[in-house]
Design a protein around this ligand. Structure first.
Ligand SMILES: Nc1ncnc2c1ncn2[C@@H]1O[C@H](COP(=O)(O)OP(=O)(O)O)[C@@H](O)[C@H]1O
Ligand SMILES: [Mg+2]
Length: 1104
């Protein structure tokens, strides 16, 4: 819940002087001081804000503070300038009342700062958005530009505004800023040429020289050294806390944001540089024949540079400093200028140039920031005018400035004090009159059209004849003698004759804020503000376009002989316009007070503050406030605003507004002493009463807002619902259509399926029917065919039977006839003739049989034999075949020699051993057994070997298989009748000679390899060397020969031949198993032996 705060919370002293008890000047000052000491620089008098200059930055302008004060009631929080700004902004936005913020106070009291705070607050709380932010930014950034050109360091203020400024900020109906208009009032242009001691020229000169880049300075033909320029006072060129270089960058940036073109900025800087150059132009007298001195430019360098900068012809300007054209009665005369006049002309040009440049800047800024939209605007005016000034030496400018402040005080009095009292009377409210000083009389002294000081000054300026400042003072002395606020030594009124504080060349005015002594010197000139036409024409001739713009009167086509209005007249007129403008707006006051003269923090000079409090009439202000009612409002608007607080007035009160307010306040039970009923307005005594009403209104508004929200939400939801419903109906319709379509499609396709099935079924039925009929027809045909067949066969059988019978009859008949014939013939046939026929027949058969046997060959291999022709030859036929075969074998053998016979015997033996047992055998059948493959007898290499053994039966190259790796090493293998020998292949050296009786058995595999093991008898002499595992291409022959020797020798046993795929071989130390496998890894066509492990040699034999 929001915490309710009040002005009264944590209050130091009294926040609102209206609540001060007792009320007098002392307690007022004490209260201000007390608050100032506690950093409370703001205090209220009702809705007026008193602001003390703290001369240091306080942490009370943060964004959080802005949020804190935003949309809060004026009396809710401790006094702050933001509260006033917020109040003004809200009544502008919500109540459509144009506002003006009037900031008054002495020079250095903090007016400019206050105006900036108000602007920044409004910028922070008003609408946001790209366009709005741009406008805000431009409005805010106009300040640095104007301050650079229009502010200067003075004795009272390091950043004193030397011009008056009134800015209208324009808002749209939502309260978003649209733009603004700035009006400027009388720039203190004399400062351009001369500054009082301890003060400076306008900031821009110093900023340009310190902040511009070397390049820029070179372009502008300037030097960084301040001392080079006559127009720049030296003694306070550098001000503490002011960084001119940084400010220059800020200004350039601000100009860019406001919308100055780069070329425009350059032009402006060129003019500033030209003014500095102008100040350096000096003159020397040159005597003329007529005895008068004529001025001449001393050193033409600066003149030349200035002319170059502005594009002016040097001779033209030079002439304008030496001569002056006077026009009288259509005649032109040229008079020479003396040195003093030349200096006057130079300074007049510089001042005019600068002030016109300043006005141009304001116009240019206005062009950028002016509101675009043409709709009605709400306006908030902020007035920051130069403060009341009392210097040691006060001149025309101070007079004007102070006159302006008088007018502001006047409007304050008018709008607050007098208006207040007058209103009470008008409204018929009981009222005790409060005495206050009305400064209307002083305003009258200055501005009265007949005998006001300004009117008289104008009169003097326009009068023919010699006019000096002294004649002006004389005039004043005559005419204002009687005025109680005018003082002069030479006054007819002898009161001041002995007053030594009042010099002869001065007059004194008792301003509302104090007495100010004005030196008349320069009043006439400054009021005339004269610039020789030759100079303005020379300026117009410049090629610099901005320059030409600034001096339109120099255009020879537009020569105007009429005198321009005087400065005083212009100022009075513009102040008049301003006052009228302010009067149409709702005023909000900020009254600035400076606590000390030293521009330092923490010092509170009682006398100084007391003085300001007095002349600002603040105590009277409080009195008026207290005597009356803090707040008033017309009945209509009061009723409009608070009618929701009472059922009887809500929502509409029918009847006079005043009655409505009576009913309302009675209903709200506000104590009767808290308000009074005027004629047209209700007066509320205490701000807090108003605050209470506001608070209740706010609560009530919240309820109303809730109600509106409720109804709106209801409406919105209903609309939304209806929309949804409508959409739902549409969606449903579409969906149903879609669903029906789908269903229809399904039914359609189902129907089609069913139709096709039924049609199919019907078609099949018909087909079946037709087929049946066809079958029936076929069956009929078949049956008929069978029937006909049967008939036919029966007929055939019958016919055959008949035929057989006919045949039998014929045979029987033939036999019978034969029998008859043989019976007949027997009488004539011999008894042995039958036997002879039989023998002859047999003989013929046998003859034919043997002749058939003649085709058989003599090869014993031929198995063919003719088939037996007759069963009775069975036994003879078989016997005959055997006998014939044996005979032809004998015949075949008979042709063999002894050796060939032995060869065949050996082949036979091999067949007995290996046939169907070893796969190698069939391939050996066709190979003849050669025996000596090495031709050992013929080969001289084996001579020795041959002689070492007896008759060799077989000699061949074998591989001796190495047990260690299964690889073979070639050996010569010799077999004799008694032993076999292994010898070295190369040398023929005998390696082993084993007697055959020591050989126990031979092992071979069943496969097509040539491996064989020669196993020796255990215990025999040769056995110590171990068995031999060999391989040979002539395995069959070697084994057969070995076997043959065994069978033929009587003295030993037959050698065993094992044929198996796995056998053991006894090598020297141990037994190794040799295993044969088929289809091992292909390694050419020959078998490969591999050592698998210590006990196993594996021989893989390629599959056949
Ligand atoms: N609210 C403030 N907080 C801090 N310093 C302030 C404040 N108001 C004024 N000052 C200081 O006082 C100086 C003078 O204020 P300024 O507004 O220029 O005076 P004026 O415009 O009334 O002549 C400023 O330069 C600033 O240093
Ligand atoms: Mg100022």
């Amino acid at each position: 819940m929001e915490v309710k705060t009040s002005l009264l919370d944590n209050m130091i002293g009294v926040g609102d002087m209206v609540l001060l008890e007792p009320l007098n000047e002392d307690s007022f000052i004490v209260n201000l001081r007390n608050r100032f000491d506690h950093n409370e620089i703001y205090t209220y008098i009702g809705s007026v804000v008193i602001s003390m200059n703290p001369y240091r930055s306080l942490p009370i302008y943060t964004p959080q503070k802005v949020e804190e004060y935003r949309n809060r009631n004026f009396y809710e929080l401790s006094p702050h300038i933001y509260a006033l700004a917020d109040e003004a902004y809200r009544s502008l936005r919500d109540q459509d009342k144009d506002q003006c913020i009037l900031i008054t106070g002495e020079s250095g009291a903090g007016k400019t700062e206050a105006s900036k705070l108000v602007m920044s607050y409004v910028a922070a709380v008003c609408g946001k958005g790209q366009e709005v932010n741009k406008v805000k930014e431009q409005l805010l950034q106009s300040n640095p530009v104007l301050e650079a050109f229009g502010n200067a360091k003075t004795m009272r203020n390091d950043n004193s505004s030397r011009f008056g400024k009134y800015m209208d900020i324009e808002f749209d109906f939502k309260g978003d800023p649209l733009g603004g208009v700035i009006s400027n009032y009388l720039l203190e242009k004399s400062r351009v040429c001369k500054q009082p001691r301890g003060e400076r020229n306008f900031h821009i000169f110093y900023q340009l020289l310190s902040g511009a880049s070397d390049d820029t300075l070179m372009k502008l033909k300037l030097d960084r050294d301040f001392s080079k320029y006559n127009y720049l006072s030296l003694d306070s060129a550098n001000v503490n806390g002011l960084d001119d270089a940084a400010s220059f960058r800020t200004v350039r940036n601000a100009m860019q944001i406001v919308g100055f073109m780069e070329a425009e900025v350059q032009s402006v800087l060129e003019l500033v540089a030209a003014i500095l150059k102008l100040g350096n132009i000096e003159f020397k007298p040159e005597s003329r024949v007529n005895g008068f001195d004529e001025s001449r430019v001393k050193d033409k360098n600066d003149l030349k540079e200035m002319c170059e900068l502005l594009g002016i012809e040097q001779s033209v300007l030079e002439r304008a400093f030496s001569y002056r054209t006077v026009e009288a009665k259509m005649e032109k005369m040229s008079t020479t200028l003396n040195v003093a006049q030349a200096y006057y002309a130079r300074d007049a040009l510089a001042k005019n140039l600068y002030s016109r440049l300043f006005s141009w800047l304001v116009t240019r800024i206005n062009e950028s920031i002016k509101a675009q939209a043409k709709t009605r605007h709400k306006v908030m005016g902020v007035l920051d005018i130069y403060g009341f000034e009392i210097f040691e030496d006060n001149s025309f400018e101070q007079f004007i400035i102070n006159y302006c402040n008088e007018k502001l005080q006047q409007i304050f009095i008018e709008l607050t004090l007098r208006e207040e009292q007058e209103e009470y009377i008008r409204e018929d409210i009981e009222w005790t009159n409060i005495e206050y000083f009305n400064n209307a009389v002083i305003c009258d002294l200055i501005e009265n059209n007949q005998n006001g000081i300004l009117a008289m000054l104008d009169e003097e300026c326009l009068r023919p004849g010699t006019v000096t400042d002294d004649t002006f003072l004389d005039k004043l002395n005559t005419i204002c003698a009687e005025h109680q606020h005018f003082e002069s030594r030479l006054n007819k009124n002898s009161k001041f004759l002995t007053d030594h504080s009042l010099p002869h060349s001065c007059f004194r005015i008792q301003h509302y804020a104090g007495k100010v002594l004005y030196r008349v010197e320069g009043f006439v000139d400054k009021n005339n503000d004269l610039l020789y036409r030759d100079l303005s024409q020379a300026m117009y001739k410049a090629t610099h376009s901005l320059m030409r713009q600034l001096f339109p009167e120099g255009n020879p086509a537009k020569v105007n002989l009429k005198r321009p209005p005087t400065a005083g007249f212009q100022f009075k007129a513009s102040v008049g316009v301003l006052m009228k403008n302010l009067q149409t707006k709702n005023p909000n006051y900020i009254r600035c007070i400076k606590p000390n003269d030293k521009k330092v923090a923490h010092i509170f000079t009682d006398s100084l503050v007391c003085h300001q409090v007095r002349y600002l009439g603040l105590v009277e202000n409080v009195r008026v406030r207290r005597a009356g009612y803090a707040f008033r409002q017309p009945y209509e608007s009061c009723l409009e605003r608070y009618k929701m607080l009472c059922k009887k007035t809500w929502p509409q009160w029918r009847g006079p507004a005043r009655d409505g307010v009576v009913v309302l306040l009675t209903d709200c039970s506000v104590p009767t002493e808290e308000f009074a009923y005027g004629r047209s307005k209700i007066f509320i005594r205490n701000p807090r009463t108003l605050f209470t009403l506001e608070e209740r209104r706010r609560a009530c508004l919240e309820d109303l807002a809730t109600l509106i929200q409720k109804i709106y939400r209801g409406w919105k939801s209903r609309t939304h619902f209806l929309l949804l419903k409508k959409s739902q109906v549409v969606v449903a319709a579409w969906y149903r259509r879609y669903a029906q379509q789908n269903k229809y499609q399904k039914i359609k396709s189902a129907t089609l399926v069913m139709q096709s099935f039924i049609r199919g079924w019907k078609a099949r039925n018909i087909l079946r029917q037709l087929k049946y009929e066809k079958r029936c027809k076929e069956a009929v045909t078949t049956i008929a065919a069978y029937w006909h067949g049967t008939q036919a066969r029966r007929e055939l059988r019958r016919l055959k039977e008949e035929a057989r019978r006919k045949h039998a009859v014929a045979i029987i008949w033939a036999y019978w006839l034969g029998l008859q014939v043989r019976r007949e013939y027997r009488k004539f046939f011999r008894a042995n003739a039958g036997k002879k026929i039989y023998d002859f027949t047999i003989q013929r058969i046998m003859q034919k049989y043997f002749l058939g046997l003649k085709t058989t060959t003599m090869s014993p291999m031929d198995n063919t034999w003719p088939a037996k022709p007759y069963g009775f030859l069975e036994g003879a036929h078989t016997q005959l075949r055997r006998i014939f075969h044996l005979w032809r074998c004998k015949k075949y053998r008979g042709q063999f020699t002894e050796e060939k016979k032995a060869v065949y015997e050996e082949k036979l033996e091999a067949s007995e051993i290996f046939k169907d047992k070893k796969a190698l055998y069939p391939s050996s059948v066709s190979q003849p057994f050669k025996g000596d493959y090495l031709e050992i007898q013929k080969n001289p290499k084996y001579q020795k070997l041959n002689s070492a053994v007896e008759e060799v039966l077989l000699a061949d190259l074998v591989n001796k298989i190495n047990r260690a790796n299964g690889k073979g090493s070639p050996r010569l293998f010799l077999l004799t009748k008694s032993n076999f020998v292994l010898a070295d292949q190369k040398t023929g050296q005998v390696k082993a000679s084993v007697p055959l009786p020591d050989l126990a058995s031979v092992s071979v595999s069943t496969q097509s390899d040539g491996f064989f093991a020669l196993k020796l008898k255990e215990g025999s002499a040769s056995a110590s060397k171990g068995d031999f595992l060999l391989s040979s291409e002539h395995l069959i022959e070697i084994i057969t020969k070995l076997h043959h020797i065994g069978t033929t020798a009587a003295d030993r046993d037959q050698i065993n031949i094992d044929i198996s795929d796995e056998f053991l071989v006894q090598f020297k130390q141990d037994k190794v198993c040799v295993k044969f496998i088929q289809g091992g890894p292909k390694n050419g066509n020959s078998a490969a032996c591999k050592r698998k492990n210590n006990r196993l040699l594996e021989v893989s034999v390629p599959s056949p």
